[in-house]
Design a protein around this ligand. Structure first.
Ligand SMILES: *Cc1c(COP(=O)(O)O)cnc(C)c1O
Length: 372
């Protein structure tokens, strides 16, 4: 029987770093340093520098990062924020958490990111911001999005939860909007050993306020200027992220190599739609997502053949039960609905081998030959 291929292999990715990680984390435990301090400040500085941004504030998770960005921009009740219909629900949840309402738009059929053309026709009433999502690791088409946002005086808050290091026209995602939110959920391209996130931005005052809101609205130890929240990045997580950040570019390059192996093999496989890479962007392949006929049958076939696959995501946000009160209808965003109905995420991680990619493509080819 052929060897199985996992969807993701984090233990393997961490193995070469275990000594360093154990030493640094062990030191923090020995000193009982868990909140704030040097590890958090050092990671914030290193990550901002890596991106080419002025500031980074470590927070508890990516959803909070997006929520804090919107809240600090003064977006709340009565306001509307434009969100692509095809993304992880956290993008829209951040809007809901801020007290505002998401307004969904369709995605581009080639890159699966927010379609700038949809911004030309969307109802702009009460819109205060737009949230492009650099989905699967490929940047959204930022130039037209920024131009339309500027025309309407909308803020741009980038959802970078899947795009650590991805570039659009030579500039790193997370440096285009007023704010960007990052997630360090373990499976992301830069992942912590638990939850973590970051707010990134260039405006000194807005960042200062973000830092305070995320720490109970503190002005001083005893004085709270506003009722904030508790959303901090743990010292242990920051230390681990600092160690892993040094390897992020190499890991992203290995993912791109694996994607190139997939691309060559899938080009010959009729009926399977491989991901397209826009020429003006780098794709960091957080996920390698294909479209297949009869998706559920395909999932079953892959599982039977011990290939780990995922679905990101099966139900677009405008028809999620959570947002049924907004009154959207099936059929309203045909591209998002087509992609969510046929997408399969294939195994993708830095250490995946060419033989493993071969195996995945062989199983997919067998599925197509079996009449899908
Ligand atoms: C993971 C993710 C988030 C949320 O991040 P958490 O750290 O899990 O809260 C937001 N948006 C997208 C697109 C994501 O993939």
């Amino acid at each position: 029987m052929a060897a199985n291929v996992p969807f993701l292999d984090l233990p393997q990715q961490h193995r070469p770093l275990l000594n360093e990680l154990n030493q640094v984390i062990g030191g923090l435990i020995a000193d009982a340093k868990f909140i704030g301090g040097a590890p958090v400040a050092e990671f914030e500085k290193a990550f901002a520098q890596y991106l080419g941004a002025k500031h980074c504030v470590g927070v508890a998770n990516g959803t909070d990062a997006l929520y804090l960005a919107l809240r600090v921009l003064g977006i709340g009740r009565g306001d509307v924020v434009i969100v692509p219909a095809h993304t992880f629900i956290a993008t829209a949840e951040a809007v809901t958490m801020a007290g505002a309402t998401p307004r969904f738009v369709d995605i581009d059929p080639v890159t699966y990111t927010l379609d700038p053309k949809a911004l030309e026709t969307v109802d702009t009433k009460n819109v205060k911001a737009v949230m492009p999502v650099h989905l699967y690791g490929q940047p959204a088409d930022m130039d037209p999005i920024l131009a339309i946002a500027k025309k309407h005086h909308w803020h741009v808050v980038e959802d970078c939860a899947q795009s650590h290091g991805a570039q659009y026209k030579g500039k790193t995602t997370g440096t285009f909007g007023t704010f960007a939110g990052f997630s360090f959920y373990p499976g992301k391209n830069l992942g912590a050993f638990g939850d973590g996130g970051a707010v990134v931005g260039n405006d000194d005052e807005l960042i200062d306020r973000t830092r305070r809101v995320a720490d109970h609205g503190r002005q001083t130890k005893q004085l709270h200027g506003e009722a904030g929240v508790n959303s901090r990045l743990d010292s242990i997580q920051a230390a681990a992220l600092g160690i892993k950040l040094k390897h992020l570019n190499a890991w992203n390059q290995k993912r791109a190599q694996a994607a190139a192996w997939y691309d060559v093999r899938l080009k010959e496989l009729k009926g399977v739609v491989a991901p397209a890479k826009a020429a003006d962007r780098t794709h960091i392949y957080h996920l390698y997502v294909v479209q297949v006929p009869n998706r559920d049958k395909c999932l079953e076939f892959m599982a039977q053949n011990q290939v780990g696959v995922g679905v990101h995501y099966a139900v677009p946000l405008h028809v999620q039960p959570a947002y049924k009160d907004l009154g959207y209808k099936h059929g309203q965003f045909p591209v998002a609905e087509k992609v969510t109905g046929s997408c399969v995420s294939l195994p993708m991680f830095p250490d995946i081998t060419e033989a493993q990619v071969d195996r995945v493509c062989q199983v997919l080819s067998d599925y197509m030959k079996a009449g899908s």
